[in-house]
Ligand binder design. Structure first.
Ligand code: RIB
Ligand code: CA
Length: 312
């Protein structure tokens, strides 16, 4: 599958599902850098998690710290889902490697010139770093091959509030900047991810295999798997892994619709909600390629291979 190895810049807030996505990126693509966001947990933890994960994968991809806070209003992370440290509170031995000195947004701008026209940006966390880069250089999108974003809830079924999905809800102003100024991008929203959960029993069988990657992911995902069971779910919603599968193998997309999409910034009940103009009433030109369906088997095969299992 896939016509060529995607060259990736990943903006991420690891985060358990981010970790699986980053494993997939290394299995099927070429990672030129990781930009780290605050989100699931604070920036110190998300940065340490990224460095530790790359050690486990055996990757020397550079890690660039991004913004420690959302643009305007403070926001709560998701330690109740990912653990206080964002990686299941396993007490892992930290990496001896450090993040680069360069800010994630500046690194992205530099790499977009170095690899002009070749980079796919995969945004797996709050969009603060990407919005900062876009504000510094509005021409950034012209040098980027594809932008794939995990975020939003296109019919308002949120996960961090009644109507907001976490990545958008954590920094709605940043999401507004990217959604309104980037041009065309691909959107993998929360509701699609709910429809494409990984069957828990199948994932558990993969994690029982030998190898550093299944063992590490089994450890860091213990809490989120318990959280999912307590939610009464039979499948694990690993949103960032689904977004990464689309970034790496766009042929997995079975259906999508291009619409314009707004972000509510001021609603008492609806701040962070993504509002899709399904019938073109607002007159804005559609720019969000909203993915409606994915080849589930192809997605699961990619996850299994990224965990080190033989081609499934
Ligand atoms: O809503 C799911 C998203 O929020 C995922 O990216 C997860 O890692 C969290 O960042
Ligand atoms: Ca994430």
């Amino acid at each position: 599958m896939g016509d060529q190895q995607a060259m990736l810049f990943i903006d991420t807030d690891p985060g358990v599902d981010d970790a699986l996505a980053i494993m997939m990126a290394h299995e099927f693509g070429k990672v030129v850098g990781l930009g780290i966001a605050a989100g699931n947990v604070g920036l110190a933890h998300t940065t340490a998690n990224a460095l530790k994960l790359l050690d486990v994968i055996g990757s020397d991809a550079p890690v660039f710290r991004g913004a420690p806070h959302p643009f305007v209003r403070p926001a709560l992370g998701a330690p109740h889902v990912h653990g206080a440290d964002g990686f299941g509170d396993t007490g892992y031995l930290p990496s001896s490697r450090s993040a680069e000195a360069e800010h994630a947004s500046l690194a992205l701008l530099r790499l977009s010139h170095m690899h002009s026209g070749a980079l796919t940006i995969v945004a797996l966390g709050p969009l603060t770093n990407l919005a900062l880069a876009l504000s510094l250089d509005p021409a950034l999108p012209t040098r980027i091959r594809r932008l794939v974003v995990m975020g939003g809830a296109v019919t308002g079924q949120g996960n961090t509030s009644a109507s907001a999905e976490f990545n958008v809800g954590f920094d709605p102003e940043a999401a507004h900047v990217v959604y309104s100024r980037w041009g065309e991008f691909q959107l993998i929203d929360w509701e699609l991810c709910m429809r494409h959960a990984l069957p828990a029993d199948r994932l558990e069988s993969w994690l029982a295999h030998d190898g550093a990657r299944p063992a590490f992911f089994a450890a860091i995902s213990r809490k989120i798997r318990a959280f999912s069971r307590n939610q009464g779910r039979t499948g694990l919603v690993l949103a960032d892994a689904l977004a990464m599968a689309v970034a790496l193998h766009p042929e997995l997309v079975l259906a999508s619709r291009c619409r314009s999409i707004g972000v509510e910034l001021d609603g008492f009940l609806t701040r962070g909600a993504t509002v899709v103009d399904w019938n073109g009433r607002g007159g804005q030109s559609p720019n969000a390629l909203i993915v409606d369906a994915i080849d589930q088997q192809g997605f699961e095969r990619m996850v299994a291979e990224s965990l080190g299992l033989a081609e499934g």
